[in-house]
Design a protein around this ligand. Structure first.
Ligand SMILES: [Zn+2]
Length: 252
């Protein structure tokens, strides 16, 4: 789970600098995935794994195996920042890695208005021409609501417009089917999940930590956060140890 791929604002000027990964570190991380033999797949590839379908290029793992044991990785980028276009995409393209960018279409071409004030920083959101360019270049686009609200805190009658509405807006603008959803702030409940399923999505990403297992719920996909302080050794440790699983346990 990535957010911004850029050099963060100076210390003290913005909260949540942790959401940034510097372009230099990102380049290392993408290089490492290739060097260590990971297989970077789309979220579709993860769904196939969950359902136990054989992956090309390797034997199917044991029925209860986890994605990391099959060395599958899907790369996701939340919020659709312009810095994805500038700093992440060229690197992804050079490795031929698939990726998914979760857009907030109500704010296309604007900024992170949902948290710009609290964070003390305005971050530019992708506009439609750049988004179309990414789609044409093979980047998958997911929906992350229209305005990035806490979905369990808004009136239920607004859910449909945030969930189905965001999907429709992206599909109308880009002319491609939008298949995955991402819950803003990882905030959801049974009703939110029900509406996401009903909207026709194939799956949704949460902010629950850990690896994906066969048989997991595709509407509660776990992720591994990569942050500003994810130094090379931490990145490698996250990938090869049970660190993320232990982290997930500690939260409950
Ligand atoms: Zn978000």
């Amino acid at each position: 789970m990535y957010h911004n791929i850029a050099v963060p604002p100076p210390r003290g000027h913005a909260k949540m600098r942790g959401l940034y990964v510097t372009p230099r570190m990102f380049r290392f991380q993408m290089w490492y995935l290739r060097a260590a033999g990971f297989n970077v797949v789309s979220l579709h590839g993860i769904l196939d794994f969950i359902r136990g379908e054989a992956m090309p290029g390797g034997p199917p793992g044991p029925p209860s195996g986890r994605a990391s044991s099959s060395r599958l990785i899907a790369l996701t980028f939340d919020d659709g920042y312009m810095d994805f276009y500038e700093n992440a995409w060229p690197v992804l393209r050079s490795y031929g890695y698939p990726s998914t960018v979760f857009l907030v279409p109500g704010l296309a071409g604007e900024a992170n208005l949902w948290d710009a004030e609290q964070l003390g920083t305005r971050k530019k959101i992708l506009d439609w021409p750049k988004t179309r360019e990414l789609a044409a270049g093979g980047v998958s686009l997911g929906a992350h609501t229209n305005t990035h609200p806490f979905l369990t805190r808004i009136p239920p009658e607004r859910l449909k417009e945030e969930i189905t509405g965001s999907r429709k807006t992206i599909e109308d603008r880009i002319g491609r089917t939008v298949e995955f959803f991402c819950y803003p702030y990882g905030d959801y409940n049974a009703e939110v999940v029900r509406q996401v399923r009903e909207a026709g999505f194939l799956g949704a990403t949460s902010v629950k930590r850990g690896f994906t297992c066969r048989g997991d719920d595709p509407f509660e996909l776990k992720r591994v956060p990569v942050r500003l302080n994810t130094w090379p050794l931490s990145f490698i440790y996250k990938l090869h140890s049970d660190y993320e699983i232990r982290k997930a346990r500690n939260r409950f």
